[in-house]
Design a protein around this ligand. Structure first.
Ligand code: ZN
Length: 389
C-alpha cells in the first residue's frame, strides 16, 4: 500500500516564503504537494497530521556531530552510530554527518568503517549522508578539546587510505591551512569533491585567502579554535566575516559564540554564508552529568560542556531545534532564512541540495514539525514518521 502523510494547517517554511494554514502532502519518500489550504484533499488512507499552530520546517541537516544520546562516533561502533541517528530525530534532525576527532590513523579508519556499516539501514532514523573528518591535520595551539596525540601535519599516504576506506563518503574535512602541505591537501580534497573546511587554526588573513584560492569553501565552528578579529592582526575569523568565498559553521548555543557575535556573523554573511551545526557530543540529550568524550571525561551543566578543568569547552549539548530557536532570539533573522541555514546550506555542503534541504515538490520528504516554542512535535524522514512527541 502506498504510504501517504498529509501535514495540515501549519505554517510551512519553504525556501523563499512562509505559507500560513498550509498543507504538505508526502507520498512514499517524496513531497508531492505544498500549498495554502487546510484541506488540500489528501488521498483516502493518508495519515493526517494536524499542524495547526505549528511550524513545518525542512528537516534539519547537522554537518558536525560527534555523538548523541550516549553514543560516540569514534568508539560506539555501527550500532551506536545508528542509535545516535535515532536519537537525533527527536530534535528534528533528518540527516547528519558523523564527525571524527583527531586520533590515531587506525582509530579514524575504524570510525569511517563503522559509519559506512551504519549507513546500511532502512529504519526511520536520521540519515547518514557521509562523514566529516575534523582533523587530524590541525594546529595543536588551537586544539580546543582535541587530544594532543591525535594531532599532526598533513600526511598524503594517510589521506589516500582514508579516501579508499570511505569510498566517496567523506563530505567535509577540517584542517588548518598554515600547516606544511595543507594547501596541496585542500586542492586534493577539492578534486575529490570534499569540502575543505578551515579550522583549529591560527592562520593569518593572507594564509586564509590562499586557502580559499586553493579551494577551501568553509570554516569550522566560526570564532572557536581559530585566529580572531583583531584590527591590526586579522585572522581566520575576520576572513570569514569579510570574504564571500567562504561559508562558516556556527554553533548557536549561546556558549560557544556570544549572541551579539552571532548577530555580527549573520549580518555579515547572510543565509548563504552560514550553516548551523551543533558540534554535539555523546552527551546530547542526556542531561547534566559526567560523560566520556573520546579519551576525555567531560562535564555537562546546562548548555555548557567542558573538560574537567571546567573552562575548556568540549563540544556542545546543543540540538538543532534549539539552534533554530536561538537563531530567532540572537540574530533577528526571519524563519525562512534561519531554515535555510539549518537545512539548505548543510544540504549544499553535502552535495544533496537537489533532493534535500527545502520543502518543495519532488524533494525527499524530510520534515520537522515544531511547536510555537520550537520544541519538536514530529519528524518525518524519507516519508516515514520517525518521531512524534
Ligand atoms: Zn567538533
Amino acid at each position: 500500500m502506498t504510504q501517504r502523510i498529509a501535514i495540515c494547517g501549519g505554517t510551512v517554511i519553504t525556501e523563499n516564503e512562509l505559507i500560513p494554514d498550509a498543507t504538505v502532502l508526502c507520498e512514499e519518500e517524496k513531497i508531492t504537494f505544498v500549498g495554502p489550504g487546510k484541506n488540500a484533499n489528501p488521498e483516502p488512507g493518508s495519515q493526517i497530521m494536524d499542524a495547526t499552530g505549528k511550524y513545518v520546517f525542512p528537516g534539519f541537516i547537522d554537518t558536525h556531530v560527534h555523538g548523541s544520546g550516549g553514543d560516540d562516533v569514534m568508539i560506539s561502533g555501527a550500532a551506536g552510530i545508528q542509535r545516535a541517528g535515532k536519537n537525533m530525530v527527536r530534535y528534528g534532525t533528518t540527516a547528519w554527518l558523523p564527525t571524527t576527532i583527531a586520533a590515531r590513523h587506525e582509530e579514524i579508519l575504524f570510525a569511517i568503517e563503522e559509519t559506512r556499516k551504519a549507513q546500511n539501514t532502512t529504519a526511520p532514523t536520521s540519515q547518514i549522508l557521509g562523514l566529516h573528518l575534523e582533523g587530524p591535520y590541525i594546529n595543536i595551539k588551537f586544539k580546543g578539546a582535541q587530544p594532543d596525540e591525535g594531532i599532526r601535519e598533513p600526511n598524503f599516504d594517510e589521506l589516500d587510505e582514508l579516501l579508499a576506506a570511505a569510498d566517496g563518503q567523506i563530505k567535509v574535512m577540517t584542517l588548518a591551512p598554515e600547516l606544511p602541505g595543507s594547501l596541496e591537501m585542500i586542492r586534493r580534497l577539492k578534486a575529490h569533491k570534499i569540502v575543505a573546511s578551515l579550522g583549529h587554526s591560527e592562520c593569518d588573513y593572507d594564509t586564509a585567502l590562499a586557502a580559499i584560492e586553493a579551494g577551501a569553501t568553509y570554516a569550522t565552528h566560526l570564532f572557536n579554535a581559530m585566529s580572531g578579529v583583531h584590527h591590526r592582526k586579522p585572522g581566520l575569523a575576520a576572513c570569514c566575516l569579510n570574504e564571500p568565498g567562504i561559508c562558516a559553521e556556527l554553533i548557536l548555543d549561546g556558549v560557544h559564540v556570544n549572541p551579539q557575535m552571532a548577530r555580527l556573523a549573520t549580518r555579515n554573511k547572510g543565509r548563504e554564508g552560514i550553516a548551523l551545526i551543533t558540534d554535539a557530543t555523546t552527551a546530547q540529550g542526556c542531561g547534566d552529568g559526567l560523560y566520556q568524550l573520546g579519551k576525555f571525561q567531560v562535564e555537562v551543566k546546562g548548555a555548557l560542556c567542558t573538560l574537567m578543568d571546567g573552562t575548556t569547552i568540549a563540544g556542545s549539548v546543543l540540538t538543532m531545534n534549539h539552534a533554530v530557536r536561538n537563531a530567532v532570539a540572537f540574530t533577528g533573522m526571519n524563519l525562512v532564512d534561519i531554515a535555510y541555514m539549518a537545512a539548505m546550506m548543510p544540504a549544499k555542503r553535502c552535495g544533496v541540495a537537489k533532493h534535500k534541504g527545502s520543502i518543495e515538490v519532488g524533494k525527499d520528504a524530510d520534515i520537522a514539525v515544531l511547536n510555537a516554542d520550537f520544541s519538536v512535535a514530529a519528524t518525518i524522514v524519507n516519508g516515514n514518521a520517525a518521531y512524534s512527541a
